[in-house]
Design a protein around this ligand. Sequence first.
Ligand code: TYD
Ligand code: MG
Length: 480
Amino acid sequence: MAKKAKTVFICTECGNEYTAWQGQCSYCGSWNTIVEHKVAPAEEATADTRRRTGVAGRPVRLGEVGTHDYTRMDSGLSELNRVLGGGIVPGSLTLISGEPGIGKSTLIAQAAGRIADKYGPVLYVSGEESEEQVKLRADRVLGSISDSLYIYPETNIENIMAACDSIKPCFIIIDSIQTMYSQSADSVAGSLTQIRECSGQLIRYAKNRNVPVFIVAHVTKSGELAGPKTIEHMVDTVLSFSGERDRDLRILRSFKNRFGTTDEIGAFRMTGEGMVEVPDISGSLIESQESEEGSVVSAVYEGSRPVFFEIQALVTRANVGFARRTAIGISQNRLNMILAVLEKKAGLSLLDHDVYVNVVGGMNTGSTSTDLAVALAIYSSFKGKSSSRRLVAAGEVGLTGNLRSIPNADKIVQEAVRLGYEAVILPERNARQTAQSGRKIDVADGGRSVSVTPSAPDVSDSIRVLGAANIADAIRAFAS
Ligand code: TYD
Ligand code: MG
């Protein structure tokens, strides 16, 4: 006898399940995030269904597992390949999220065209746009349209699976998951039930046929994945595509990757002819060549290359009541910590001042290497002083006021030389390491500046590396 459908309650933030509704999720603590969710009755796992679903495997020795079919597909966009860890893995599921209008469809249409040219049939399922709209975009961004590129404006997942069975694509794109629905779940498209059911069907198809699938997902206004968050753990890779609407730079970042690191970022420019790759991202976020009051350039090492960007701070006298602290691009907690350290360890009293910090260009690295530049930008705005030279600052500020070293400092220095900077302020340990690699450095030691002679012959760089043990030394090096 057929079993009845049951109802569960799932938190949209963390995906935790409950048997009854409650106002607050007791697992992640979010309020009003628990929604009702109907689950179709599970089939009895008979020998017949096991054969059909193809799950009746047997344990094998790990050493005997072949990896011959693990060759990655080239997406035709090296920035996308880089973020994925070297290309698209067959049978993998990739979720690509971003605000509406950021360029997800454009980026994927470009990859689809190149993959169709190189590997064979590609199925682009569009639940949002008509054939003509997709064709218009493809005409703009692809020089010629491959015969192997199929467009299918459909939202019914069962029809899509049937189309896959007939076309046998080597790459599938679902744009977007929020528009898809399955007739086996009685709920509207975009609901949790539908998102989970449709993703489940896609995952089974991808794994059984070894075909990679890209799933586009929209984010909410606050930048959250909302519904699709519940499928984050089901997919192999989660990418996010971001940028500022009025600027053309777009950053692709991975938050989860079963086949590579999550450190790499990809950079593109949105142009009239689609996305253009930006292989040389390190200096493209910096606009001004002059050193300005309240602005300090910082650098982080993202995966395999350094990225330079500007941090701006504005410190003004607070009017009434509590002083405001606003942070864009760095976390509010980090800003509060840096302000406390500046107050206690560098004697900067900011209690009655509003502080605004902005990372220019929409970079949101989450890296603590930006701490030092944030601190120096605040100092610069507060004192109304700018540095007399073009400089870069990178380092983590500890609660004791000491500077903690950062990874790949030497590569950041090399890039700073290439971009024509005059000085780099680094944590002392990093500075000494760059001295060992043959670079002359100055170490600010209790106010005195000590030159350290490199152990290898001096490379003829015009840059000065300034090592600082703590925040007070860094300020002295900045103001000198
Ligand atoms: P789109 O890829 O449709 O965004 P998403 O799928 O993330 O919602 O692109 C949206 C915007 O990009 C659109 O407003 C127009 C602009 N655009 C360009 O600037 N150049 C182009 O070549 C294309 C195709 C779009
Ligand atoms: Mg789109």
